[in-house]
Design a protein around this ligand. Structure first.
Ligand code: GLN
Length: 197
């Protein structure tokens, strides 16, 4: 079974571990630099990207993760995890950095205060039926580079359509929390990618 490290510095880890196990993977909570080498794939959960950024330096996993991502390790980032995978960020703290690997510009807390958190039925390319998507102070994608597929978008009213699920090669990212909808299809899509890679 593919070994998938779930970055366990901060944020929601347990539901991801369960869904990855159900999807046939062998997941583990990743906290140490040496564990990065043991991953066939990496899942970065939601939480607070500023905190994940800081803790990744303190725990010295930032450099090994960046190196593996640059080599093409499959990855799945959800919410704050999407921010951590993005090459460019808007609305971040002045010194906030990401791991990178996904050629997109993300906007933090993009949906604004009034719609801080919401749930919707979302059509995702490649999935037969809509997904129940839980957005919590979520980012959206402002710009995608060549080679980035948009799998789902949300209509943000006057702000227009914004991508919320994107894929570039073996790197998948969602603005919402797929572990809270009781629907593991994105986790399965990711595990299939890790198996293929
Ligand atoms: N707003 C958070 C951030 O900027 C992300 C929220 C989440 O992961 N649910 O990191």
């Amino acid at each position: 079974a593919p070994r998938i490290g779930v970055l366990a510095l901060q944020g929601d880890v347990r539901e991801h571990l369960r869904m990855l196990t159900d999807a046939g993977a062998e997941p583990f909570g990743l906290r140490r630099p040496a564990e990065v080498e043991r991953c066939d794939g990496l899942l970065i959960p939601g939480g607070e990207s500023t905190t994940i950024d800081k803790l990744s330096r303190i725990f010295e996993v930032r450099d090994p993760i960046r190196a593996r991502l640059a080599e093409g390790m499959p990855a799945f980032g959800t919410c704050a995890g999407m921010i951590m995978l993005a090459d460019r960020i808007r609305g971040g703290l002045p010194d906030q950095q990401t791991f990178g690997g996904l050629d997109v510009t993300v906007r933090r807390n993009a949906f604004g205060r009034q719609v801080d958190s919401f749930e919707t039925e979302l059509d995702v390319a490649g999935l037969a039926a809509p997904m129940h998507a839980v957005f919590i102070r979520a980012p959206w994608v402002d710009e995608v580079g060549e080679g980035v597929e948009v799998l789902a978008s949300v209509d943000a009213g006057p702000a227009g359509q914004h991508p919320v699920v994107v894929r570039q090669g073996a790197v998948l990212a969602s603005s919402f929390h797929p572990e809270f909808g009781g629907d593991d299809r994105l986790h399965r899509m990711f595990v299939d990618t890790v198996r293929a890679g």
